[in-house]
Design a binder for this molecule. Structure first.
Ligand code: PDD
Length: 283
């Protein structure tokens, strides 16, 4: 039986339920994180918790406990579910209160829910590459907040799926923003390019790691706006996310990227990312 974290308690899945008056349920009024677990250890945990707390601050949501307490409970969750390779999902909503748009009183505590589940690394897709469609970005102007409101992302991903594609790469006008659930990189004339962090994208934890690895590997990397046409004509395209890690994109719409196989820069960055995972496990 799966064990879930409900506020302070680890409870069995069957005993865990959400209140109908939870603001996450009614308004999507809350935030979340998805954290990778390798070898039973959360990966880039501090970075994820920094972003979680930042998202909370940006929507004036008060953490109900100290970070260390929450971390202790999340580790308890990994142990209780015996997760080796998997993910932790953690969300926090603005609590339970009779439905009203206004914030509830300060005395209403945030509701924290988390689960840890096994999930293999997507090896086959990483070796072969995946396809994507380009789709108009319909989201709000605070995509830097990892909000529970994911309706446009869900719709974009479903459109991709219907087209037989893995991811939807979103754009505002001519400018690529990010995937429905990932950040986007291209390689053009040997230079790695990615959309700069702003209110229009989620500043991905994997994206930041990749930028660091590019520097360490000596690959020229530039954060600047990427046009849709540039993406379609790129030598290589890849997406990054906690779940996908470094995922080559070999086709966008009807356009084959490069020779239709994951390119050399992407391959090297995948290897560098593997080493970062192994390195974290050695610490
Ligand atoms: N998605 N952009 C969006 C819109 C995302 O939803 C995600 C992650 C990313 C990549 O961020 P990171 O590298 O920190 O995972 C970028 C998570 C995994 C999800 O919702 O499942």
């Amino acid at each position: 039986m799966e064990t879930i974290l409900r506020n302070r308690d680890l409870v069995s899945r069957d005993d865990a339920s959400a209140d109908l008056e939870d603001r996450g349920y009614q308004f999507g009024d809350g935030i979340y994180e998805v954290i990778r677990v390798y070898d039973g250890e959360p990966f880039l945990l501090d970075e994820h918790m920094d972003r979680f707390e930042r998202s909370a601050r940006e929507i004036s949501l008060k953490m109900p406990c100290e970070r260390a307490e929450l971390l202790g409970r999340m580790r308890g969750l990994i142990a209780a579910n015996e997760i080796a390779t998997g993910t932790i999902y953690v969300q926090m909503t603005r609590g339970v209160h009779p439905r009203s748009q206004m914030f509830p009183p300060d005395s209403v505590p945030a509701e924290v829910t988390a689960f840890a589940r096994p999930l293999d690394r997507p090896g086959a897709e990483q070796r072969n590459g995946v396809s994507a469609i380009l789709t108009a970005d319909m989201r709000w102007l605070r995509c830097d907040i990892k909000s529970l409101n994911l309706l446009p992302n869900v719709l974009a991903r479903q459109t991709a799926r219907k087209a037989g594609c893995y991811e939807a790469i979103q754009h505002r006008g001519e400018a690529v923003t990010e995937g429905a659930f990932s950040n986007v990189f291209i390689v053009a004339e040997g230079v790695v390019l990615t959309t700069p962090a702003s209110n229009l994208i989620l500043s991905g934890i994997t994206r930041a790691k990749l930028l660091e690895l590019c520097e360490a590997c000596g690959w020229p990397v530039v954060e600047r706006t990427v046009a849709c046409q540039e993406l379609l004509g790129a030598e290589e395209v890849f997406i990054t996310s906690t779940v996908n890690e470094v995922m080559p994109v070999v086709r966008v719409n009807d356009q084959t990227i490069g020779n239709g196989e994951p390119g050399p820069v992407t391959r090297n960055l995948q290897k560098a990312f593997d080493r970062a995972i192994d390195g974290a496990a050695d610490v």
